[in-house]
Design a protein around this ligand. Structure first.
Ligand code: ADP
Ligand code: MG
Length: 339
């Protein structure tokens, strides 16, 4: 069995025309089980860079279910009792429940037992037996996550375990954006394993051009571009993390009702919104909802746009992309935009 880990979703084309700009400060580190890359286009911003990476590390220490003493692990290890958590963890869970509500439980951070069973983020993933899947499914249910805001505590029902992988990167990104604002940074690029935030404009004042990953191509292949500023863009797809067994591909977005990787018409969903939490939550949610319901959800929300690519290489755009408010350009003619 071969595990393939493809981390980057989107590619950013940095074309600097003017030499008058200060040299950007760029740093990459492996954090949050992915490659985190931050670029700041201001002078003397090493202190901000350090602050951002320290923040990411601190969030990872709270949110990772793989860290023994993280707050999420404490909740998981004490299922059945209330555990005191920080406001960050409380809010992350609270916001996760919003996505569960709007997807009738397809998005569910209590997916932990199923994620562990498939081992998709681990060294040795495998296809479980039906019996194992049925047992894991019984443990999932966001309605059994209880929040008590008064004393900032959380409890999950016995047997349950939380996995914040579908939303944590977006949530953390929004917190990093607050730091950039506080520190009066004008232009920066946050890339948390393909979870992007294009902060401000490019230093020359123009929009960022972002490549939308070809879900059937190799890392670095893109099939379209969008022009963006001051926004986040996040993609969930069948190519990000997966393994292959008996000629079949099993990816990492699991349907809690079937217990299997979601197997609908979609190959990827990219969401554009100024809230990276919305982007991350919605990309996973819409992927699970499928093309029709997913697009309906996006159209019902303000400040969210979507690019949905089907397995038969058709591209569906939400209204803000269709009407050109966000410039979208198809570059790979193997794909067709459906109007
Ligand atoms: P990525 O982590 O590559 O950005 P997603 O945001 O789509 O991709 O999140 C996928 C991750 O979310 C999985 O690796 C797993 O940890 C978790 N997950 C899988 N299925 C679900 C689900 N139905 N609801 C919530 N989280 C899920
Ligand atoms: Mg997500």
């Amino acid at each position: 069995m071969k595990k393939v880990c493809l981390l980057l979703i989107c590619f950013v084309f940095l074309t600097f025309t003017a030499c008058s700009q200060a040299k950007p400060l760029k740093e990459s580190r492996f954090l949050l089980d992915t490659l985190v890359e931050i670029t700041i286009y201001n002078k003397n911003s090493q202190d901000v860079m350090s602050e951002l990476f320290d923040k990411i590390q601190a969030f990872e220490n709270k949110f990772s279910k793989y860290a023994e003493d993280s707050e999420i692990s404490q909740i998981n290890n004490n299922a059945g009792t209330y555990v005191n958590v920080s406001e960050d963890t409380f809010e992350l869970i609270e916001q996760s429940l919003y996505f569960s509500e709007i997807s009738d439980g397809l998005f569910d951070i209590s997916i932990g037992p199923l994620v562990d069973l498939w081992g998709i983020n681990q060294e040795n993933p495998r296809v479980p037996t039906q019996r194992e899947i049925d047992l894991a499914k019984e443990k999932i249910g966001y309605r059994n996550i209880s929040l008590n805001r008064e004393n900032m505590s959380v409890s999950v029902a016995e047997g349950m375990s939380l996995d914040t992988g579908a939303i944590a990167k977006g949530f953390i990104t929004d917190r990093l954006v607050s730091v950039l604002r506080e520190r009066k940074i004008e232009s920066a690029l946050l890339n948390l394993g393909g979870n992007l935030y294009l902060y401000g404009t490019k230093p020359d004042g123009s929009d960022w051009t972002i490549g939308i990953r070809d879900p059937f191509g190799l890392q670095g292949d893109y099939m379209a571009t969008v022009s963006l500023k001051d926004t986040s863009i996040v993609t969930s797809g069948i190519y990000e993390r997966y393994f292959e067994a008996d000629g079949k591909r099993y990816h990492h977005i699991l349907n809690p009702k079937t217990g299997y990787p979601e197997d609908n018409e979609l190959a990827s969903v990219s969401i554009i919104s100024p809230s990276s939490t919305m982007c991350d939550g919605l990309s996973t949610t819409c992927f699970l909802l499928g093309l029709g319901k997913g697009m309906e959800l996006i159209e019902s929300l303000e400040n969210a746009e979507a690019i949905m690519i089907t397995r038969d290489k058709k591209v569906y755009l939400s209204s803000g992309l269709k009407n050109g408010k966000i410039p979208f350009k198809l570059v790979d003619t193997n794909y067709t935009v459906v109007n």
